[in-house]
Design a protein around this ligand. Structure first.
Ligand code: FUB
Ligand code: ZN
Length: 648
């Protein structure tokens, strides 16, 4: 069985998806054409202030339509490809002739920029043609082509454009010509995984097994020859780094220290890790490679159970945008790159396609509503690269160890990987609602929609999620029967289910409750527990020890200075008292705010001495802390923000 039609009707996500059409795509297109009058922030890795994007100009130069040099990162093309992918998804839910003209022309430009043999990476074509595939640790050539392949596949799927698919196939054929087991070929991988998942996607639309096998080859080759990059760097010229300092990172950073099947936990660059995991999961699903599947499980468990922030953000350190070690989850130096949350969403979605386990849906939901979504402002024109759980403009300004943390979203970055990555996730959220496998349909996300399956069955899901937890399904059977599973989120261990007006008492199985859809219309009412909860972290997490965070449904909450008395850190949450909820339609596009009872130490209560013996009494006041959903922070005045609070 397959999904024939799916229309997102969800109020929360439709607003975002329309924002992508009306604001995000036009804005990003202008930026990439260097037509926006904006201030490009230095990116968190301090690569310096960029003068513009130049991403479209690079393609024009490679296509011979403009003169000049390449500008930006060697992977600058990927901003355009991720944008194109996002645009493709929107054309499905919001047909738009003007946009279609732009994207068709863009496909023409990309085809013109592509070399005869299928190669396309404008930096190398324009300024370093003799160095193609010679410095794979840093070149991002396969990463860049992988992003086009993803975009080309999406564009083909939505519009039927054969041209967009042909470009992708030519690229993959070019890569297959240069890489592989044969003696004459390169036996190495790209420093940044991406091509693996892209080739698997290309296989899914073309059915050409060669692409799947090439993806498999890259996964099996990774880490087999740990000295490969070093040898290439020496041969290419040891001092000729394409990206400053990239040579200094250890092999673990590139996940090339040992074969994947021997790697126990992710220690490297967070986005690389989750793109690799997504590729592994795609290929494992199609090839049934047990070793790859075991690696997916190992990496999943380590990331989710030991290295993930409560918001779903991953990658604890700015040094190399990397993972650190288990339970090390500092809140105020956190990196939590938006792309890493987007990549984690891909990984979770792939795992759901392999196994019907609720935890994959839980993590996907966590990313969609928190870690990833926080990457964009409510106006769709400002973006976070780094997503901390505690921020202070003063610390960002004066403490170099926290200077990667912005307290307001930027208009763009010199390294602009995140903005269009998030756009493509939001524009394709319809692909993250159900998993359909043979005669099984898993409803793993609560995003209201009208769906038709290819057996004629119809599913209507309605709700006012994430503000309310009443989810209604109307399921009209089709020509063949199937099993329908609804995820019971881990944040709602207690729930009520009614089926055709009668209580349904089945317990969940690995996070899903199942129904047989035969010949009877089913009306299912699921009532989830939407009480605000005080959450604690494992006491192995030093940074959160003695603290609580507030969560309601999938949404993690944050307190901002603009709503509260300064400083935030003197507030201790009175966990024996209940918080109160209020829906505020005019705040931040309409949010449920939570007022949390707190006790505050009065600053003046302790005299001005920096240190003193503990006073017998410190004056306190009882008050309330107003909290908003984390994704919506930094949309008003610049100020401090905090997720975890001391508990009383
Ligand atoms: O290296 C390409 C992209 O740039 C990565 O995925 C991001 O983390 C950023 O470093
Ligand atoms: Zn990014």
């Amino acid at each position: 069985m397959q999904i024939k039609n799916l229309k997102v009707t969800d109020k929360f996500w439709q607003r975002y998806r329309e924002l992508i059409v009306k604001e995000v795509l036009p804005y990003q297109w202008k930026v990439m054409n260097d037509e926006a009058d904006i201030n490009i922030a230095d990116d968190p890795q301090k690569n310096g202030q960029a003068k513009n994007s130049h991403a479209i100009a690079n393609l024009k130069i490679a296509a011979g339509k403009m003169k000049g040099h390449h500008y930006g990162f060697p992977f600058q093309d990927t901003d355009v490809y991720k944008w194109l992918e996002a645009a493709a998804y929107t054309l499905k839910y919001h047909p738009n002739d003007d946009l279609k003209k732009i994207t068709d022309k863009l496909i023409d430009l990309i085809a013109d920029a592509q070399d005869e043999d299928g190669y396309l990476s404008t930096y190398f074509q324009i300024d370093a043609p003799t160095r193609k595939f010679k410095r794979l640790q840093q070149s991002h050539e396969l990463y860049t082509m992988g992003h086009y392949i993803e975009a080309g596949v999406a564009y083909y799927q939505v519009t039927g454009s054969q041209k967009s698919l042909t470009i992708a196939e030519k690229m993959a054929d070019c890569i297959a010509h240069h890489f592989g087991k044969e003696e004459s070929k390169i036996h190495g991988v790209d420093g940044h995984p991406e091509i693996e998942l892209a080739l698997a996607r290309l296989y899914e639309v073309t059915n050409n097994r060669q692409y799947l096998e090439l993806a498999h080859y890259f996964l099996q080759t990774r880490g087999q020859d740990p000295d490969f990059f070093n040898r290439q760097n020496i041969a290419d010229g040891i001092d000729r780094d394409l990206i400053a300092n990239m040579q200094g990172f250890p092999k673990e950073y590139y996940l090339t220290d040992s074969p994947i099947e021997e790697q126990q936990a992710p220690h490297g660059h967070a986005v690389r890790v989750v793109y690799l995991c997504t590729g592994m999961a795609y290929v494992a699903r199609h090839t049934h490679d047990k070793k790859l599947l075991a690696a997916c499980d190992r990496f999943w468990n380590d990331i989710v159970k030991r290295q993930m922030y409560i918001t779903g953000n991953i990658g604890q350190t700015t040094t190399g945008e990397s993972f650190t070690y288990d339970y090390d989850l500092p809140n105020d130096t956190d990196y939590g790159e938006t792309c890493a949350s987007v990549g984690m969403s891909f990984f979770a979605n792939q795992m759901l396609k392999i196994k019907a386990r609720g935890e994959y849906g839980d993590v996907l939901e966590k990313e969609l509503f928190n870690g990833a979504l926080a990457g964009m402002s409510l106006d769709g024109k400002h973006f976070f690269y780094v997503n901390p759980l505690e921020a202070d403009p003063q610390a960002s300004k004066w403490n170099p160890g926290k200077s990667h943390i912005l307290t307001h979203r930027a208009e763009w970055f010199g390294c602009a990987c995140c903005p269009s990555n998030l756009a493509r996730l939001i524009a394709s959220v319809d692909r993250y609602i159900y998993v359909v496998n043979d005669d099984l349909v898993l409803s793993h996300q609560f995003i209201a929609n009208d769906t038709e399956l290819d057996n004629g069955a119809k599913i209507v899901q309605t709700s006012n999620f994430p503000w309310a937890g009443d989810i209604h399904y109307n399921i009209v059977p089709g020509k063949s029967s199937f099993k329908f599973g609804i995820r019971i989120p881990s944040w709602s261990p207690s729930f009520k289910l009614m089926v055709n007006g009668k209580p349904y008492t089945k317990v969940d199985n690995d996070g899903f409750v199942y129904f047989k859809i035969d010949d009877e219309v089913l009306n299912i009412d699921l009532e989830l527990d939407m009480n605000a909860k005080y959450m604690v972290a494992s006491n192995r997490v030093k940074a959160d020890f003695g603290k609580v965070a507030v969560q309601r449904g999938p949404l993690v909450y944050a307190a901002e200075e603009v709503d509260n008395q300064k400083p935030l850190w003197t507030a201790k949450i009175l966990t024996d008292q209940k918080s109160t909820l209020q829906y505020e339609p005019d705040l931040l596009n309409g949010v449920v705010t939570i007022s949390v009872p707190v006790e505050r130490e009065e600053l003046a209560g302790i005299n001005d001495a920096l240190y003193q013996p503990l006073p017998t009494e410190i004056p306190t006041t009882k008050t309330e802390l107003k909290m908003i959903p984390y994704y919506a922070w930094a949309n008003r005045e610049n100020g401090t923000m905090q997720v975890w609070f001391n508990k009383k």
